[in-house]
Design a protein around this ligand. Structure first.
Ligand SMILES: NC(=O)c1ccc[n+]([C@@H]2O[C@H](COP(=O)([O-])OP(=O)(O)OC[C@H]3O[C@@H](n4cnc5c(N)ncnc54)[C@H](OP(=O)(O)O)[C@@H]3O)[C@@H](O)[C@H]2O)c1
Length: 438
């Protein structure tokens, strides 16, 4: 391995991408090199960098560092031992660079969850074949050492569930909608102005970014290949501000939560969490991950999921591990020992309690009509809330159900929507008991 060739020499790092994360990694290596070398056991030196714009001031001294016009060329440079890929994107130059670097026998550190969720098996195979590390602590939950916690700290556990709040942008939007009663579109627009959301927000608000992270965690937790196309994904666009108040009255908060369990399709969904659970208390841009396993029980980690400081911290920890020779199998075990992630799913989501909101005309007999439909589909109601008394006006009829299959619920919702008293498409969200109460 490169790190073993010259153990007393600095490890030579090529940084591709000098934006929010890559720029901070380079600044930290430049400004805090002595501290980092002390824990790593040897120094790092940046020998090559690449970005789109050569003239931007990146906040560190680039004297003596090679500027590489085509980032993918860093892979074949003789003066680079470790490639730090901080460009992003599941295809294109990031994929070319990582593939070529691993094939050339160079370690790779990346924060690129999209790349790993889509090409993880191929890249892990390449890393293994070339006896190098493919490290990605920064790809999941930024500053929370979630990957190491699961892959190393909890290695001997039988994991029964991984759940998490894995996208700070969505959590910020939901937290603010809950606090202020503002509509999704207004909060999103403001989040974009504040820099919490991208101009093109769909990767975040449609749950895709969080699903990339869930794919990676499921692979490590259950010893399977990452299989992004086997994740059921729904984002936060359809959440209505009124649902936060009803959820609160029923003892819940609304969050975008990823849940992965062995043998089941992982789900990234907007759902209700009991207020007393630890994940429900995670607000704003914070992330949290809950691991449930035997013998550990439940472990919940909370922290900053994004931003220059949090993410560079994770990247630097991977560099330290490489220098110290702590290079694990990419997904916790050799690729040949991973089960095929597309074949281990033998069921959709489990039967789950649901929150349902109907907008109905407030007139006698409505409740009887609604409960009759629910009975037909064997759905039993746990609690019921009817807001306001305004005869002939449209009011909210909110209920929580006992466990029900999604299929049954969907059929019931279709039928409910066709009732003359129901004035808008029903809203339904699963209720997830994501971790032990805390
Ligand atoms: N930002 C976060 O908080 C965060 C958290 C976790 C993970 N990540 C992941 O970290 C990675 C980087 O994210 P970021 O937020 O740092 O992105 P960013 O700020 O947009 O930076 C991207 C960098 O890549 C460079 N770049 C773009 N296309 C390039 C190309 N074709 N060739 C060479 N360089 C190119 C850009 O150059 P210019 O600077 O010249 O434009 C920029 O320096 C992504 O995979 C992202 O998902 C980010």
């Amino acid at each position: 391995m490169p790190s073993d060739k010259h153990p007393n020499q600095p490890l030579r790092v090529g940084v591709a991408g000098l934006g929010v994360v890559g720029g901070e990694v380079a600044r930290q290596l430049s400004h805090r090199g002595v501290d980092i070398a002390a824990v790593a056991g040897r120094p790092f030196t940046i020998t090559a960098v690449s970005a789109r714009s050569r003239n931007t001031d990146r906040g560190f001294d680039m004297t003596g560092i090679a500027w590489v016009e085509n980032a993918a060329d860093i892979a074949s440079r003789d003066d680079v031992d470790i490639v730090v890929e901080m460009i992003g994107g599941e295809e294109g130059v990031a994929l070319d660079l990582v593939r070529d670097a691993l094939a050339s026998g160079k370690h790779v550190v990346t924060a690129n969850k999209a790349l790993l969720a889509h090409h993880g098996t191929e890249l892990a195979t390449l890393a293994e074949a070339n006896n190098v590390g493919l490290m990605f602590e920064a790809a999941v939950a930024g500053g929370i050492p979630a990957v190491k916690a699961l892959r190393e700290g909890l290695a001997a556990n039988r994991i029964s569930r991984v759940s998490g709040i894995l996208n700070g942008t969505c959590n910020y939007i939901l937290t603010r909608m809950e606090r202020t009663g503002e509509a999704f579109a207004d909060v999103l627009a403001d989040a974009q102005k504040l820099g919490y959301a991208e101009a093109e927000p769909s990767l975040d608000v449609d749950g895709i970014d969080a699903a990339h992270k869930l794919t990676i965690l499921a692979a490590i937790a259950f010893g399977q290949t990452p299989q992004f196309d086997h994740v059921a994904i729904s984002g936060i666009r359809d959440v209505s501000a009124v649902d936060f108040a009803y959820a609160a009255q029923l003892g819940f908060r609304i969050k975008l939560v990823g849940v992965a369990e062995p043998g089941r399709m992982p789900r990234m969904q907007t759902c209700l969490l009991p207020i007393s659970t630890q994940l429900a208390k995670v607000d704003g841009v914070l992330n949290a991950v809950a691991f449930e396993g035997d013998p550990v029980g439940t472990t919940v980690l909370t922290g900053p999921g994004a931003g220059a400081g949090a993410t560079s911290s994770a990247v630097l920890s991977d560099l330290v591990d490489i220098a110290a020779g702590r290079i694990p199998c990419t997904f916790g075990r050799p690729v040949a020992a991973l089960r095929n992630g597309s074949k281990v799913v033998n069921g959709g989501g489990p039967d789950t309690p649901f929150y349902v909101r109907l907008m109905v005309v407030d007139k006698p007999g409505v409740l009887a009509d609604v409960t009759s439909v629910l009975q037909t589909h064997a759905i039993s109601v746990e609690s019921l809330l009817q807001q306001g008394r305004a005869p002939q006006d449209v009011v909210a009829l909110v209920m929580t159900t006992h466990e029900v299959s999604v299929d049954h619920l969907m059929k019931a919702l279709d039928e409910l929507e066709s009732l003359s008293c129901v004035q808008a498409p029903p809203v339904a969200m699963p209720i997830v008991v994501a971790d032990q109460e805390g």
